[in-house]
Design a protein around this ligand. Structure first.
Ligand code: SF4
Length: 327
């Protein structure tokens, strides 16, 4: 199955999308903050986004859901920065603050990273938190497609997006991997989060489904297209998982995949208030896993409670997902 961005590259539409994204980035209104940063004039937005992308790590990731990682790994590119900036972010080392200059990559270097991951055997190119670096990511994708990149593109994002920015990747992305984080205003306040996420995430998820359709696997069980929604269950149900499952039910019935994640851990080095200072209990997770199962999803993933000890990246090391050394 030919990735969708290949056709857009051949028609010239991918280059036009990249130009339209750049136009949206100065003054910047690429994300719902619409902060107006002059990113093409040297300014860095509160998301860490500038004119070019900054990359923290590019690796074959074997810890994503099985249809994403496959046997050889997902060609994962972790971008610095994030427009949403959750206080409990599991990747907080790279999602907060100004990105280091040494991590800046120009479009050609970013295209080379994608091509290098494909040459290393990646089943897909997996952009992690790309929404604030969309202009650079699209330009680099266009260059990579010109050089023969032809594996599916996975768009792994928070769901904190504007309809305009999502329209720019409609037809570009093969597999959408957005988060559904929380839904109650009380949860947003408890987590110190932005108040414009919850009211919009339902519409964004439905727009993603319209763009990519039901989650579709090939004969080897690898995702080739479609929507897979991730929901990280938080302690004390600060993730509003009861409401999240209700919101997801029609999408599940239509064939969207769901990943119900138990891997929450308090990020190292941060002092978070209770209950965010601990991992999940069995009671907080398995009841929701059962509810999801009762929806009879075609494709769904649940985790063991011990997942928090496995999926706990350290981006200060060369291999962020290597198991910690035992003393
Ligand atoms: S993507 Fe970044 S620079 Fe652009 S509006 Fe959002 S926070 Fe501001």
């Amino acid at each position: 199955m030919t990735p969708r961005y290949v056709r857009l590259h051949e028609s010239g539409e991918l280059a036009r999308r990249a130009e339209a994204a750049a136009e949206l980035s100065d003054p910047c209104r690429l994300c719902p903050r619409r902060c107006g940063a002059r990113r093409l004039h040297g300014e860095i937005g509160p998301c860490g986004g500038g004119a070019d992308a900054h990359v923290s790590a590019a690796l074959l990731h074997t810890g994503e859901e099985p249809p994403i990682s496959g046997a050889r790994g997902s060609g994962t590119i972790f971008y610095f920065g994030c427009a949403l900036g959750c206080g409990f972010c599991q990747n907080h080392q790279i999602s907060h603050g100004a990105p280091p200059e040494a991590a800046r990559v120009d479009d050609r270097a970013l295209a080379k990273l994608m091509l290098g991951l494909a040459a290393a055997g990646a089943h897909n190119v997996n952009w992690v938190t790309p929404s604030h670096v969309l202009p650079a990511a699209l330009r680099a994708l266009d260059l990579a497609a010109a050089a023969g990149l032809s594996i599916p593109l996975v768009y792994n994002c928070s769901g904190y997006q504007t309809p305009e920015a999502l329209a720019l990747v409609d037809g570009v992305v093969d597999v959408a991997l957005p988060d559904l984080k929380w839904l109650r205003p009380e949860s947003e306040r408890a987590c110190g989060l932005r108040g414009d996420y919850a009211p919009n995430i339902g519409g964004i998820l439905h727009s993603w489904f319209d763009a990519v359709g039901p989650l579709t696997l090939d004969d080897d069980g690898l995702a080739v297209s479609g929507l897979l929604v991730r929901h990280l269950v938080l302690p004390g149900n600060l993730s509003d998982t009861d409401l999240a499952l209700a919101l997801l039910e029609p999408l599940v019935a239509a064939g969207a995949g769901v990943s119900l994640m138990a891997q929450y851990h308090p990020p190292g080095g941060l002092r978070l208030p209770p209950p965010l200072d601990r991992t999940l209990t069995a009671d907080e997770y398995y009841g929701f896993a059962y509810e999801l199962r009762m929806q009879k999803p075609q494709i769904a993933f649940i985790q063991d409670l011990e997942a928090h000890g496995i999926y706990n990246p350290d981006f200060d090391t060369d291999d962020p997902f290597a198991p910690p050394e035992t003393p």
